[in-house]
Structure formats: C-alpha cells, structure tokens
Design a protein around this ligand. Structure first.
Ligand SMILES: O=c1[nH]cnc2c1ncn2[C@@H]1O[C@H](CO)[C@@H](O)[C@H]1O
Ligand SMILES: [Zn+2]
Length: 364
C-alpha cells in the first residue's frame, strides 16, 4: 500500500464498488416518499407527516431491542406500497439510492403478499417492482452510475404461503428474480414449516437464502442449512454460539460452525440491524470481527436502510472504525458478496474482474 492511499472516509468509501445481498425493499424507502405516497394512496396511519420527523421515528421505533417490535414499523411502509405506481416509484428510488452509494450489484428482497392487501395480484406486484428496478437502473446509468439489480422474493414465516411464493419466484426467474427467502419473526416459526417450498425450489435448481440465527440461535441455523438446504444465511450471526474462544486467544469451532466455514456458506451480516434488534450489543462487540478473523464467508449488508439510517458505505465506515479495517478488507467483503450472489457464475466473475478489482486497484 502506498503512502498516497486515501483514508477511509464515508465519501471515499462511497466511491468504491460495493455489493449488497441483503436489503429489504420495504425497509429502504425515502421518508419523504413514505409521506407523499401516504397522501396519494389515502394511507392515514403514519405517526407524522413531516419527513424528517418520520425518518427519526422509524430509526427510534426500530431501536427496540427485539425483532418483533422492530418488525412492527413495516406496517407503515407496506401500508403505502399497495398500488403499482407506488411500487414502481419505491423500486426505482431504491436502485437510484443504492447506485448513488456506489453499489454495483444488489439483491433486494420483499414479500409480494404484503403488497397485495388492496387487491393487487402477486404477479402484478412482481411486475411493478421489476419495472421500477429497470427504471432506477436507467436513471442511475444516466448519472454515470451503473448498478445491476437482482430480486429475491420472501415468504413470511408467520403466513403459510411459501409454496405459492416459491412458484412465483421460479416463474419470474428469467425476468430478474434471482432467488427466494423466508423472513419475519423467528420465534415459533422454524423454517422447517416450509419444507415443501424448499424442496420445490431445489427440484427447480432455484436459489434461496433463509433468515436464520438472528433472534434465534444455532438450532435455526442448523435447520436452515441441513433440513431446508439454504445456500446462504440471512444474518447467521449466532453461529458464534458454536465457537469457543479461550482467554489465551485460542479458538475452537463446533461441528456446525466448522461446516458453515468449510462449505463457504455466505453469512449476510447486517451490523446496525443486529444492534437494533438486540442480536449484538454494539458494532464494536459485533461477532463480525471474530467471524472475519476466522475467514468465514462474511458479507456486509444494510437489512433496512430506513429503519437503521444506514447505507452499505456507512456500515463499512462503522466497521472500519470499530475494527481498524482498511481498503483490502472492504475489497474482501465485496468480493465475498459477489461470489455469493445468485446470478450466473460468468456474470459474477465479470463483475469481480472488470468492476470490483479495478475499483480497488489503486487502494490495495
Ligand atoms: O431482519 C429481519 N429479520 C426478519 N424479517 C425481517 C427483517 N427485516 C425485515 N424483515 C421482514 O421482511 C419483510 C419483507 O421484506 C418485511 O416486511 C419485514 O417484515
Ligand atoms: Zn432481513
């Protein structure tokens, strides 16, 4: 590294290519857009119609210490996402905002059933979001920022529609839906409730990740991988419960932790979200420090940019400050994420060789 390498300021981090695998569409709206869509669609339950206050409200309400109360805030974002116009707008702004942050490839997820409360069909929801992502990609490109958007469709753990949503995901696989996920409250809803959907996806050679090991521990990670066949883990941070660290610095991996590391199962880590839901005490206490040191396939993600007031760049900046990471570490996270994406191998390789590595070449 030469002496001329710039410090890791937020602005400098925003300028390098980044990859995002875990970001919820309904957790990333601009506060002003929530206010405007509420007015346009007749949603009258917002806690305030002042955009700045609303932004603060989301961050504070989500700062709840539990996943269940964190998830309550989504009633308001989903409440304003019940028309095709609203979905196109939110998806377009999502792609634009990510591109402005320097994200070059993103997989953004949502549960179509949550946007069908006023009568939209699941297909209409998916088509509106795809149209919005395409529009956002176009607008970003016009501003010299190239981003490729991939979509993950979520089924909600507490509903019983996983098979139906998995079928939608497979049906739209050539239209930009690259995978499937299970989201929602972990307690009381083990992923094994949805075995039929996972079997259907595997039979169709489709990709899926599962939210596991966030509010719940090892049992849910084990089920997600060994019963359901998840390729990646949404969060997965509780895998540290299977790692013993001695006072002398020695480290011993249990069998599940060793399996996850040996099989290079990607962990979609979302540091700020974990602090808000109580899965980690603080960024500097976050298990990502240990997991990275042990060379798990760690990726860095936002989860919900609105509720956490974060971006990929701000997560990187917070980690750099807490753990002393440099540009080579940020490149490592980024290449890990690109390797773990659900798009074709040749396309991942192309982004690594022609976008990511050149973007860090002058820094590492
Ligand atoms: O960290 C999380 N854990 C579990 N579920 C989540 C998390 N963040 C958001 N959602 C849930 O996923 C739905 C689809 O996007 C959101 O509506 C929210 O209920
Ligand atoms: Zn999530």
């Amino acid at each position: 590294m030469s002496a001329a390498v710039p410090p890791l300021t937020l602005e400098a981090i925003r300028s390098v290519p980044k990859v995002l695998l875990h970001d919820h569409l309904d957790g990333g709206l601009r506060p002003a857009t929530v206010v405007e869509l509420a007015a346009a669609t007749g949603y009258d339950a917002l806690p305030t119609t002042d955009a700045d206050e609303l932004g603060r409200w989301f961050r504070e309400a989500a700062d709840s210490g539990s996943l269940e109360s964190y998830l309550e805030t989504f009633a308001h974002t989903c409440g304003v996402m019940q028309t095709e116009e609203a979905l196109v707008r939110v998806a377009a702004e999502c792609a634009e905002d990510l591109a402005a942050d320097g994200v070059v490839y993103a997989e953004v997820r949502y549960a179509p059933e949550l946007f069908a409360e006023r009568g939209l069909s699941l297909d209409a929801v998916v088509e509106a979001v795809q149209a919005g992502f395409a529009e956002g990609e176009r607008r970003a490109a016009q501003q010299g920022k190239n981003i490729r958007m991939g979509t993950l469709l979520c089924a909600m753990r507490q509903h019983a529609r996983a098979q139906e949503i998995a079928e939608v995901a497979v049906r739209y696989r050539d239209a930009g839906v690259v995978g499937f996920d299970i989201a929602g409250p972990e307690a009381g809803f083990p992923p094994t409730r949805n075995l039929d959907a996972f079997e259907y996806l595997r039979t169709n050679n489709a990709h899926f990740t599962i939210h596991a090991g966030e509010a719940f521990g090892l049992a849910s990670i084990w089920e997600a991988i060994q019963h359901c066949g998840a390729e990646r883990l949404g969060h997965g941070v509780r895998i540290v419960d299977d790692i013993k660290t001695g006072p002398d610095g020695s480290v011993e991996l249990g069998r599940l932790a060793a399996y996850v590391r040996d099989r290079r199962i990607p962990l979609e880590i979302c540091p700020s979200s974990n602090v808000q839901t109580g899965a980690a005490a603080s960024i500097s206490d976050h298990p990502i420090g240990l997991l990275k040191r042990l060379r798990f396939r760690v990726t860095v993600n936002t989860d919900n940019r609105l509720m956490s007031g974060c971006t990929v760049s701000s997560e990187f900046a917070a980690l750099a400050e807490a753990f002393g990471y440099g540009w080579a570490d940020l490149q490592w996270f980024t290449i890990n994420a690109m390797k773990s994406a659900f798009i074709d191998f040749d396309q991942r390789l192309d982004l690594i060789d022609n976008v990511i590595k050149p973007g860090y070449a002058h820094l590492v």
